[in-house]
Design a binder for this molecule. Structure first.
Ligand SMILES: NC(=O)c1ccc[n+]([C@@H]2O[C@H](COP(=O)([O-])OP(=O)(O)OC[C@H]3O[C@@H](n4cnc5c(N)ncnc54)[C@H](O)[C@@H]3O)[C@@H](O)[C@H]2O)c1
Length: 252
């Protein structure tokens, strides 16, 4: 494993489990000081004992990323402690699936808030720190669903919003050494995927051109590249990591 992230300060939201945790391990394995913000105190507590396969470290922070004051405090605290912020990964996300006429106000607001508004709060908070050092990498989580998906109007609206946010931040950060990209995962084996209705999940997995669901390490690999210094000429893209599912219909 290389040490691409040695000395870097990397922020990962929703990093106490699932894709966020896999990315946190990957960044730490490559030397980063990884600051994980999550709302789940039990999962955060486990991070203290988590063995790290590399020279980096984990710092767990209990933060609700849908609270802008809490996000500002977290980001500014990390910047003060580490003296730098190199990477922000906007990964925290939730689903509250239903047909549009059955989505109540609370389920609309919660999904937009955690998946989209929280990413805006994170970006707004890190931008001054990144601009000051003229370096930054922002990776935000969209989804294969951003193009539209039955029963997910709130989630799709948020994940399409991430695409617009990312492309705009890419323009605003470009002259200051800041890149912004999004990852659009397909079906990846995490607690979120496990919470889906089982027959629907199996049916969807059957449609993946590569023939199987993805592993969190597949996402970690993509994020570790997009957030690296080597990805300096890539900005404003949405990277599908979905085994080909986003390509569209297949006659097989
Ligand atoms: N797993 C998939 O197949 C898949 C597919 C497409 C997109 N995604 C996206 O990838 C991201 C990660 O998904 P996952 O499967 O690892 O989900 P997950 O449910 O396994 O983990 C999400 C994490 O976010 C945390 N979180 C939730 N609300 C929060 C809040 N308000 N503040 C801070 N932390 C909060 C949770 O505690 C949890 O640790 C999400 O944005 C999701 O929409 C996942």
């Amino acid at each position: 494993m290389s040490n691409r992230y040695e000395g870097q300060s990397v922020l990962v939201t929703g990093g106490a489990q699932g894709l966020g945790l896999a990315m946190a391990h990957r960044f730490a394995a490559e030397g980063a000081s990884v600051h994980i913000a999550d709302v789940d105190p039990k999962a955060l507590a486990k991070l203290d004992e988590a063995p790290i396969d590399g020279t980096g470290r984990f710092v767990a922070h209990q933060v609700d990323v849908s609270d802008s004051t809490a996000v500002d405090k977290w980001v500014n605290g990390v910047a003060a402690a580490d003296g730098r912020i190199d990477v922000l990964v906007n990964n925290a996300g939730i689903i509250r699936d239903n047909r549009v006429e059955k989505i109540d106000d609370a389920d609309w607001d919660a999904v937009i808030s955690v998946n989209l508004t929280a990413s805006f709060y994170g970006v707004r908070a890190v931008m001054p720190h990144m601009k000051e050092r003229e370096y930054g990498r922002i990776v935000s989580f969209s989804s294969m669903s951003w193009r539209g998906n039955f029963g997910q109007a709130n989630y799709v609206a948020a994940k399409a919003g991430i695409v617009g946010l990312t492309r705009t931040i890419a323009l605003e950060g470009a002259r200051k050494g800041i890149t912004a990209n999004a990852i659009a995962p397909g079906l990846i084996e995490t607690p979120m995927l496990a919470s889906m209705n089982a027959p629907a999940r199996e049916k969807l997995i059957g449609k993946v051109p590569l023939g199987h669901s993805g592993d969190p390490s597949d996402i970690a690999e993509a994020a570790a590249f997009l957030a690296s210094p080597e990805a300096r000429y890539i900005t404003g893209v949405v990277l599908d990591v979905d085994g080909g599912l986003g390509i569209g219909s297949s006659i097989r």
